[in-house]
Design a binder for this molecule. Structure first.
Ligand code: AMP
Length: 182
């Protein structure tokens, strides 16, 4: 199911650009204004539901923290489970973790070891608000596999196509970004 040009505009117009946040030279894509706009949030969630309703998914895995908002809502619409992929040190039970490089230093994401264990070879959709360098999503897709799931696709509201993130992630799974930012 494709977005109409009107629906695309509604979503695009609801996202606010904040220049030089969190540091000089970055244009931060603020999705709080999308969430605040019931029409835009509705158009987006309906699009995701229509696109993924026939994928036979078992779980949505959302990336900390904005991936939780879209991922948990979609999991409810699809009547499937939701799995949080969190920054290091937040999950209380036994975890599997994966490090990834940032511009300066390293970061780490974790998933509960038994997150997908109820369903053998669970079909999992990975979700986040935005893919930039792809470091976070790559690490998250690896975690899904290590925890016994199959990462069927990775989905983003926004994809920054002037960076290599989307192309790199395609080595692991298929990638869908609703709005491409060139
Ligand atoms: P990356 O690992 O470089 O693909 O970064 C993706 C993560 O950082 C996502 O969880 C995004 O929420 C956040 N992020 C990176 N760049 C931006 C940006 N320009 N605007 C909003 N969020 C961003």
């Amino acid at each position: 199911m494709k977005l109409s040009s009107i629906e695309r505009k509604i979503i695009e117009n609801s996202i606010r650009d904040i220049k030089d946040f969190p540091k000089q030279g970055i244009v931060f894509k603020d999705i709080t204004t999308l969430l605040n706009d019931k029409e835009a949030y509705g158009v987006l969630m309906n699009h995701l539901y229509q696109k993924y309703k026939d994928y036979n998914l078992n779980y949505i895995a959302g990336i900390d923290a904005r991936g939780f908002i879209f991922g948990a809502a979609l999991a409810q619409m699809l009547s499937i489970g939701f799995v949080p992929i969190r920054k290091k040190g937040k999950l209380p039970y036994t975890t599997i973790s994966e490090k990834y490089s940032l511009e300066y230093g390293i970061d780490e994401v974790e998933v509960h070891i038994d997150a997908f264990s109820k369903i053998p070879h669970a079909r999992v959709l990975l979700i986040d608000d935005l893919i930039a360098t792809g470091g976070t999503a790559n690490a998250a897709a690896k975690l899904i596999k290590q925890a016994g799931g199959e990462c069927v696709e990775a989905c983003f509201v926004l994809g920054l196509t002037f960076l290599d993130g989307i192309e790199n992630l395609k080595n692991q799974t298929t990638v869908y970004s609703i709005i491409e930012v060139a």
